[in-house]
Ligand binder design. Structure first.
Ligand code: COA
Ligand code: NAP
Length: 290
């Protein structure tokens, strides 16, 4: 409807131009992904590479890094990779410095490195608990903290790959629940502190995603996988592309006013189904709860 309100008339419609072209064209954009060498995070890397971005991926295994870099180059863009354990701050910082030197300011940063194994709390040693917290939570802090000098300001979009365990207590997942809850708080605090310099920060929460290491660990038998599917309201597993699409949207101009959000991409799993899988794990993997 037409308006003669001067405040409205003086505000150009911000997405007018991007609606004319593709808002999902990331040509020349600089994208950095921790844990970007397999599964969901590699799927996210492929999506950005397909959309024209320059990619850097890091993870521990040199073999996985080499394979991911080769696969990502097939999209025709520039790709770099570094073998880095996100628990080592100095190594994380080195990789980010190298990325900045090679590709310039970072436009999109995805923190997705994580570890998980299903075990009852009394079956998790202090070192087992610490390992997951160190990778998921400390690793995310390391990546964010070390990246800040190198991200585009204004304009950068930071995305944490979280999990329903961040806000749903789940049997056999005390370590992951504790770690991912902290990850979502990093999202929220960074969104507050870095918003004023034009940086948006969000979490994406994948549901049970087909053909991933995370699901192979949480649902190691056909019976457990069937239970996982049954606990999703829309009765199917997600795909890595479902998660990647949400990341493309968050990083695009279409989401330019979205920050501090914890976004489930999970067919409704985080409404409660994830907890049912936890209960099922107790039956399937652990017998009676101790
Ligand atoms: N149940 C109980 N404890 C376990 C375990 C399991 N299934 N798997 C590992 N742990 C314990 C180990 O026993 C060890 O504790 P300890 O020293 O007291 O014996 C501790 O966890 C660390 O194990 P380690 O193998 O030395 O750690 P790592 O740093 O090499 O690997 C993990 C980290 C354990 C998270 C490993 O599973 C991993 O590398 N995961 C990455 C891939 C992944 O999890 N993908 C899914 C993401 S959702
Ligand atoms: P994955 O393939 O095992 O991905 C984990 C990645 O992190 C790998 O590239 C791994 O490579 C890297 N990594 C692990 N520890 C690291 C460390 N210490 N330092 C640097 N990199 C490290 O698992 P996935 O299932 O796809 O999970 C990806 C993300 O999605 C995780 O954040 C997970 O919590 C989240 N998620 C998954 C699901 C699911 O259904 N799969 C559901 C909810 C949330 P290296 O081994 O080479 O280090």
């Amino acid at each position: 409807m037409a308006t003669d309100n001067p405040a409205v008339l003086s505000t150009p419609y911000p997405n007018e131009n991007v609606r004319m072209t593709s808002p999902f064209d990331f040509s020349g954009k600089n994208v950095f992904i921790s844990g970007g060498t397999s599964g969901i995070n590699l799927g996210i890397a492929h999506a950005f590479a397909r959309a024209g971005a320059k990619l850097t991926v890091i993870s521990r295994s040199p073999e996985k890094v080499t394979a991911a870099v080769e696969a990502l180059k097939a999209h025709g863009g520039e790709v770099a990779g570094h073998s880095v354990d996100v628990r080592e701050y100095a190594k994380v910082e080195e990789a980010l410095k190298a990325t900045h030197a090679k590709f310039g300011p970072i436009d999109v940063l995805v923190s997705g490195a994580a570890g998980n194994f299903p075990a009852p709390a009394v079956g998790i040693s202090p070192n087992g608990f610490k390992s997951v917290v160190d990778i998921d939570l400390m690793g995310t802090f390391h990546v964010f903290r070390a990246a800040f000098p190198f991200i585009a300001k204004p304009g950068a979009c930071l995305i944490n790959i979280s999990a329903p365990q961040a806000f749903l207590p789940m049997d056999f997942q005390m370590h992951v629940c504790a770690a991912k809850a902290g990850v979502d708080m990093i999202t929220r605090v960074a969104a507050l502190e870095w918003g004023p310099v034009g940086v948006r920060v969000n979490s994406v929460v994948p549901g049970p995603i087909d053909n991933t290491e995370g699901m192979r660990r949480l649902a190691p038998t056909a019976e457990a996988m069937a239970l996982a599917i049954d606990t999703v309201p829309i009765k199917k597993l997600g795909t890595v592309d479902n998660v990647a699409d949400a990341c493309l949207w968050l990083a695009s101009p279409m989401a330019s006013y979205v920050s501090g959000v914890i976004l489930p991409v999970d067919g409704g799993w985080s409404l409660g189904g994830a907890q049912s899988l936890g209960k099922g794990l107790t039956e399937l993997l652990g017998g009676k709860k101790k």
